[in-house]
Design a protein around this ligand. Structure first.
Ligand SMILES: [Zn+2]
Ligand SMILES: [Zn+2]
Length: 321
C-alpha cells in the first residue's frame, strides 16, 4: 500500500467534494448528494433535469441512496477520472424500468456497472496535465459536455423516440470564425479566465454549443441532419456584440452573447452597411422569402439549395433550437 499516494488521492477527493458543494450553492440546477468508498473514490451529484426525468421516490432504503435511481457519479481512483450518468433498473416498477431502458437505448448505452447501467460516461483524464487540475476539468465538463447532455435529456423527455447525441468534437473544427478581444472573461459553470486566443475561442465555441445546440439559431439548419452524421456539430459561432462596442475588460456570457449560425445566415448577419443585423432582422428576411415562395411568386428565391426544399429543417425558423 502506498500511503503517500492515498493521501494525495484523499486530498483531490476533498477538492472535488468542495467543487460539488460550491457548484450546488451557485447553481440551483445542481444537487450535491454524497460520497462513498475510500478516498472519496465515488462522488455523487444530481441535477434538476435528471430528477425531472427520474423523480426520486423518497425514502433512503436500499442501494439507491436518497430514494434516487438515477444520478451522476464522479469516479476518482488511480488512473481513473470519469463522470458517468447512472441509472438502476433492478428493484424498479415496470413503468420506470421501461423509461430506463428507453433512455439507455436513446443514448446508445451498452455498458453496465455493478447493479446499475451507464447511460453515458465521460473520461476526463485526457484533459489533465497535472493531478491538481481536477476541479478545472470538472468545471469545463459541467459547462460543456454535461450542459449539452442535459439539453439532450430534456429534448428526449419531450420526444422519447429521439436519440441522445454526443457532444460534438469541436476541437477538430476550425474556430477562426469567432473573434473575441484580447482580454475576455468566460462565464462557465464556475468562472474561469482564459489567456490565449485559441483556447478562448475553443472554450467559447464549446459553451455556445452546450447552451444552444448545433442548429442555426436563425434558420434551424443542422449540418448533421442535412449532410449526415459525419458532419454533425459543424456550425459557426456568431458574437452578437460588435467588437467596436466592447471595452477592455469584457465577460462573455455564452448563453447570451454567442449563437450558433450556419454560414449562409452568418454572411447575412454581417452584411449590414454599418454594424451587424440582429437575429430577429435576419429571421424576418427569411419569413418574407417564405411568404413569397408559398405564394408562388418566385420559387427560386430560397435560402438553401432547391433539393432541400422539402426537408423538415428548411429555413423559416422550423428549428427546435
Ligand atoms: Zn441559417
Ligand atoms: Zn459573426
Amino acid at each position: 500500500m502506498n500511503i503517500g499516494k492515498d493521501i494525495g488521492r484523499d486530498l483531490t477527493g476533498g477538492l472535488i467534494i468542495d467543487w460539488c458543494a460550491q457548484l450546488a450553492q451557485q447553481d440551483g440546477e445542481f444537487v450535491f448528494m454524497n460520497s462513498f468508498a475510500s478516498g472519496y473514490g465515488r462522488i455523487r451529484f444530481s441535477t434538476r433535469t435528471l430528477e425531472a426525468a427520474f423523480p426520486p421516490s423518497g425514502g433512503t432504503a436500499g442501494f439507491w441512496k436518497n430514494g434516487r435511481h438515477a444520478f451522476y457519479e464522479i469516479r476518482h481512483q488511480t488512473g481513473v477520472f470519469q463522470v458517468a450518468c447512472l441509472v438502476g433498473i433492478s428493484g424498479l416498477g415496470l413503468r420506470k424500468q421501461k423509461a430506463c431502458r428507453q433512455l439507455l437505448a436513446a443514448a446508445g448505452a451498452e455498458d453496465t456497472r455493478d447493479d446499475c447501467a451507464v447511460v453515458k460516461a465521460w473520461d476526463l483524464l485526457p484533459f489533465l496535465s497535472s493531478s491538481f487540475q481536477e476541479a478545472d476539468a470538472l468545471s469545463d465538463f459541467a459547462g460543456c459536455e454535461l450542459q449539452f447532455f442535459q439539453r439532450e435529456l430534456r429534448a428526449w423527455l419531450d420526444d422519447p423516440a429521439r436519440r441522445i447525441r454526443n457532444f460534438p468534437g469541436l476541437e477538430l473544427h476550425p474556430v477562426g470564425n469567432l473573434e473575441l478581444p484580447e482580454t475576455v472573461y468566460m462565464e462557465g459553470a464556475l468562472k474561469t479566465i482564459l489567456t490565449d486566443r485559441f483556447e478562448r475561442n475553443r472554450q467559447a465555441r464549446r459553451q455556445c454549443v452546450a447552451v444552444h445546440g448545433t442548429a442555426c439559431a436563425v434558420c434551424g439548419f443542422d449540418f448533421g441532419l442535412v449532410y449526415g452524421e459525419e458532419f454533425a456539430g459543424k456550425i459557426e459561432v456568431h458574437h452578437r456584440k460588435p467588437l467596436s462596442e466592447i471595452r477592455e475588460e469584457y465577460t462573455v456570457n455564452p448563453g447570451e452573447d454567442l449563437i450558433p449560425v450556419c454560414p449562409n445566415c452568418h454572411l447575412i448577419l454581417h452584411s449590414k452597411a454599418e454594424g451587424v443585423f440582429t437575429v430577429a432582422e435576419v429571421k424576418n428576411f427569411l419569413n418574407h422569402q417564405d411568404v413569397a415562395a408559398e405564394a408562388g411568386k418566385d420559387a427560386s428565391v430560397v435560402h438553401h439549395q432547391t433539393d432541400l426544399q422539402d426537408s423538415p429543417i428548411r429555413h423559416g425558423g422550423a428549428g427546435k433550437y
